[in-house]
Design a protein around this ligand. Structure first.
Ligand SMILES: C=C(O[C@@H]1C=C(C(=O)O)C=C[C@H]1O)C(=O)O
Length: 272
């Protein structure tokens, strides 16, 4: 039995919608990305779609599952920095960061420090734009809370960090990878293979039935079918060499900006 992390946000539906809820090989534990990052590190779950940044913190202990990720080349639509002032003017001001994210929190820092040359003060808070704006000049939200906040047309500038990343680096951006601790292979290699097959089948079915995914998103968050179709055209759910080089670039910049203690070398599970 493999305990996997289940992420309930719409961006993950193409991986989870058709994954069996009950199966002898797996048990799902629902949480936001930072929850899974911590649970995987503590051995409370065995495998999860963790933040790419968290993989960078644990790259020596983890392996990445091949052909799976949450990535975009350019705009993402749900990793948004809401700001009362242009990004160039954030120096010395306060930025509120969602407590749900590790990748996007550090992507914000890379973009602001490395490319915009501004150094704000940061606070970490729950994902509520009104509360964040009461304490800060800009606010980072991800996933469904970012989509919902943008739907409410807040009176501020909205920066899409996938688009900013492409503009500044020319690379795709990978937000999440599926990872598991290498040591699991000693006793559970066959189970990992089995769960990996289930994940690939679920993804392939979803990508061939996007109308079901769009319907599910409308049921969850409202919005038009066109909105959701457009949202999903941006995403890549595999991990091809182009996406891998964007992921490596992100991890390299995290290391070079002292956000990670070592330079990660991405190790993909060869048996997958
Ligand atoms: C695309 C998204 O990426 C998510 C962002 C994450 C992070 O910032 O740590 C983690 C998992 C991803 O699914 C999103 O939240 O919209």
């Amino acid at each position: 039995m493999i305990r996997i992390g289940h992420n309930p946000n719409t961006n993950m539906l193409p991986m989870f919608y058709f994954l069996p809820k009950e199966h002898p090989l797996l048990k799902s534990v629902t949480a936001e990305p930072t929850g899974h990052n911590a649970m995987l590190a503590q051995g409370l779950i065995d495998m999860a779609p963790i933040s790419a940044f968290s993989y960078g913190e644990h790259w020596k202990e983890y392996l990445v599952l091949p052909n799976l990720s949450v990535s975009t080349k350019g705009r993402v639509g749900s990793i948004l920095l809401f700001s009362k002032v242009p990004l160039e003017n954030l120096n010395g001001l306060t930025v509120a960061l969602t407590d749900m994210s590790a990748t996007s929190v550090n992507l914000t820092k890379i973009l602001l420090h490395g490319f915009y040359k501004v150094f704000p003060n940061y606070i970490t808070t729950p994902s509520n734009l009104t509360d964040m704006f009461a304490q800060a000049d800009a606010a980072l939200l991800i996933a469904d809370s970012a989509i919902q906040a943008a739907q409410e047309h807040p009176d501020c500038l909205i920066y899409d960090l996938g688009a900013e990343w492409l503009k500044q680096t020319g690379h795709s951006m990978t937000y999440s990878v599926w990872a598991f601790p290498k040591k699991l292979l000693l006793k559970q290699a066959d189970e990992i293979k089995g769960v990996y097959q289930l994940l690939l089948e679920a993804k392939s079915k979803a990508l061939n039935h996007m109308e079901d995914i769009v319907n599910a998103c409308q049921g969850m968050l409202g919005g038009t079918g066109d909105f959701w179709e457009d949202y999903f055209t941006q995403f890549h759910y595999d991990l091809d060499p182009m996406l891998r080089s964007g992921l490596q670039k992100y991890l390299d910049l995290c290391y070079e900006q002292n956000l990670l203690p070592s330079r990660p070398h991405i190790e993909v599970w060869a048996e997958g």
